[in-house]
Design a binder for this molecule. Structure first.
Ligand SMILES: Cc1cc2nc3c(=O)[nH]c(=O)nc-3n(C[C@H](O)[C@H](O)[C@H](O)COP(=O)(O)OP(=O)(O)OC[C@H]3O[C@@H](n4cnc5c(N)ncnc54)[C@H](O)[C@@H]3O)c2cc1C
Length: 448
């Protein structure tokens, strides 16, 4: 973000010094910082009002149980304050012309109706807004106003008006002393030059309601993994209090179901999502860690445990030994609600013992796999990208060129290429930045 006093870096952009990074999750942030720290100019384009991606929604991170916000927040500020990064949030890439070393990128800057130069993020506008809608950042478990920031560390700290829900009562306009709000502001399209592009558009969760037998949306005490992350997060909708949605009670038993929308050809997702085993185990541990005196039983129903990363197997062992997490091998067949108490009855065959089990749990968390984001098709078309059978960006050669797309000068990182955990997304962000900077430095001539 540039302030009124600072000179915009827009005037300094040229194909010989500029990269456009699309997607401001942890992978795109890393790529931007690495490029900017080499002296390149970076235009970072993020679709939502804030950078941070899914990592900003997480509570702790496996396998160290570090606080996600504590790691991410300094990075958010670093990106926002970097003199070589122009941060365009609430924006989307709508077209690309030219070739490696000499692209022109069309970017739609959606009207947030709040001036980025004048808004100080003071919050004075919020109490006056009469409209409340479910907060996407809290997975719809909490509420926000029609003028809002997504979360306290929203970067940049600038409010956005959600046009779909705003009733144009102008109460916010009257309450803003800095006169930052303009309800008549329109979206604008701009063009920037770039020598290379980095795609870091991430992922979305598989929609677990596609398995009606698992009771999501039917039973209040069946939630998904990201909803659980928001429930246990101190800045989440319950202030970090793990509670059942049916009655607000702390669950004494809680279970996690793995591989929902992963490794299932019947749902068109044959691939493994790579992250769900570990985040399921992490969250089973977190239930006991947060509420050792309340949560008596924490169970994981799994098909296979894939603890392949550094420190992952040790974390899995610790979950079994120190935290006494119960692991039951078997795909859950069906769940029903006990109407007397809202508990969830899980029917599953333990494939290790061959026994059919019917277990009552006070809360059930479905751990979905991931998919390319819905909006990805249009960005792929705009950039001319090819996609693989799972819908992720195809790379030139998965063994020797894992971040080069089939379009010269366009690179990919993070979950836009395939499901990845945070460390792998960050490593891919650095790799894509390196490839992009070589492309820019050599005027688009690469691999010669
Ligand atoms: C429940 C859950 C728990 C997890 N826990 C852990 C954990 O403990 N440890 C760990 O290592 N990993 C964990 N993960 C995985 C982690 O979320 C990912 O590794 C990480 O978010 C990947 O970062 P990314 O930048 O590739 O994608 P994302 O975080 O998805 O970021 C992509 C960004 O691109 C933006 N974008 C999308 N499309 C466009 C577009 N067209 N134009 C502009 N911007 C766009 C998005 O708005 C978003 O900001 C967890 C995942 C889940 C679901």
């Amino acid at each position: 973000m540039t302030t009124a006093e600072e000179v915009s870096i827009f005037d300094q952009l040229s194909p010989s010094n500029t990269a456009v990074v699309i997607g401001g999750g942890v992978a795109g942030m890393q790529a931007s910082l690495d490029l900017a720290n080499q002296g390149m100019k970076v235009v970072l384009v993020e679709r939502t009002p804030s950078i941070g991606g899914v990592m900003a929604m997480l509570d702790k991170t496996f396998p160290t149980l570090d606080c996600s916000a504590c790691i991410l927040t300094p990075r958010l500020s670093e990106v926002a304050r970097h003199p070589n990064i122009e941060l365009l949030t609430y924006s989307e890439v709508t077209g690309l012309t030219g070739e490696a070393g000499n692209f022109t990128v069309k970017i739609l800057r959606k009207a947030r109706k709040v001036s980025e130069e004048k808004c100080s993020g003071c919050d004075d506008c919020v109490p006056s807004c009469p409209i409340e809608v479910p907060n996407e950042f809290d997975q719809g478990l909490g509420f926000r106003k029609a003028i809002y920031i997504a979360f306290p560390q929203n970067t940049p700290l600038i409010y956005t008006i959600d046009e779909e829900n705003c009733i144009k009562c102008e109460m916010c306009v009257k309450s803003c002393e800095r006169e930052a709000i303009d309800l008549s502001a329109e979206s604008e399209e701009i063009e920037v030059p770039a020598g290379a592009i980095v795609v870091a558009t991430g992922y979305q969760l598989f929609d677990v309601s596609k398995y009606p037998r698992l009771g999501y949306t039917q039973y209040k005490n069946v939630i998904n993994g990201l909803e659980y992350e928001r429930l246990i997060n101190a800045s989440g909708p319950t202030g970090g209090k793990l509670m059942r949605l049916s009655d607000g009670r702390i669950p004494k038993s809680i279970a996690f179901v793995q591989c929902i929308g992963a490794r299932d050809v019947s749902k068109d997702v044959p691939n493994c999502s790579r992250i769900c085993c570990m985040y399921g185990i992490k969250n089973a541990v977190m239930a006991k860690e947060l509420l050792p005196d309340y949560v008596e039983r924490s169970t994981v129903y799994y098909a296979d445990i894939r603890a392949f990363g550094k420190g992952f197997e040790e974390f899995y062992s610790m979950a079994k030994t120190r935290f006494r997490i119960e692991f039951i091998r078997g795909r859950v067949g069906e769940v029903v609600e006990n109407p007397d108490n809202g508990n969830i009855v899980v029917r599953v065959e333990n494939t290790e013992t061959g026994k059919f089990l019917e277990e009552e749990q006070e809360m059930l968390v479905l751990c979905p796999g991931v998919l390319p984001p819905e909006c990805f098709a249009s960005i792929a078309a705009n950039l001319g990208l090819e996609t693989d059978t799972d819908g992720y960006v195809s790379v030139k050669d998965a063994t020797t060129n894992p971040v080069d797309t089939t379009v010269p000068g366009v690179y990919v990182c993070g979950c836009a290429e395939s499901p990845k955990d945070i460390p792998d997304s960050v490593a891919a962000g650095s790799a894509a930045a390196m490839r992009a900077s070589i492309c820019i430095a050599r005027g688009g001539v690469i691999d010669e």
